[in-house]
Design a protein around this ligand. Sequence first.
Ligand SMILES: Cc1cc2nc3c(=O)[nH]c(=O)nc-3n(C[C@H](O)[C@H](O)[C@H](O)COP(=O)(O)O)c2cc1C
Length: 203
Amino acid sequence: MFYTPGTHKDHGLPHNPFKAIVSPRPIGWISTISADGKPNLAPYSFFNAVSETPPMVAFSSSPGANGEKDSLINARDTAEFVVNIVSKEQMQAMSDTSAALAHGESEFDFAGLSAEPASLVKAPMVAGAPCQLECKLWDIITLPESPDGQKNHLVIGQVVGIHIDDAIITDGKVDVLKFNPVARLGYMDYTAVEDVFPLARPQ
Ligand SMILES: Cc1cc2nc3c(=O)[nH]c(=O)nc-3n(C[C@H](O)[C@H](O)[C@H](O)COP(=O)(O)O)c2cc1C
């Protein structure tokens, strides 16, 4: 099968398969604070680490029903955000925080999560997350418009502080099997890392 974007339905695919093809995608559970001090939290699976030195991450925000999403607005206004890593244990809470709440209404409260202060940025962190990356905004890139004229934005941050729960370290390495990070597949499906194997590179 070959098709061009937007024509999947003509090929017997009722749902857009794009996200199932690029999968699994890690989830950046993005916490921010608004310019007037209100905490915000939402999951973004158009998310990844994009360089190691310096460590950089990026997430992409599509337009919401009421225009730009709060994570984008807050990251732009305050030039800071935190990436919280989603463990299997917090997966339901992560999903709950994708609810479209009014601007300024806290997803932390809505999902029954506690916020804890970060060390270097004002944005709060998700208590109980196995790792958190404190980020300073580096740039926001406007991506090409969708056919209906809506704009997606790529928010790029430089990681300035890293928290790791000591309980997930085994022999000096972060042990993903101790927290089973959750990733997004296509449609409404997820996976969690529950299997690890090494693969040597050519010398
Ligand atoms: C697992 C998951 C991944 C998501 N990934 C994205 C994404 O990459 N980009 C996006 O714009 N929305 C994404 N969403 C939807 C947002 O989380 C949702 O629109 C949320 O209400 C945005 O909140 P905010 O306005 O507080 O930023 C995702 C939702 C879920 C459950």
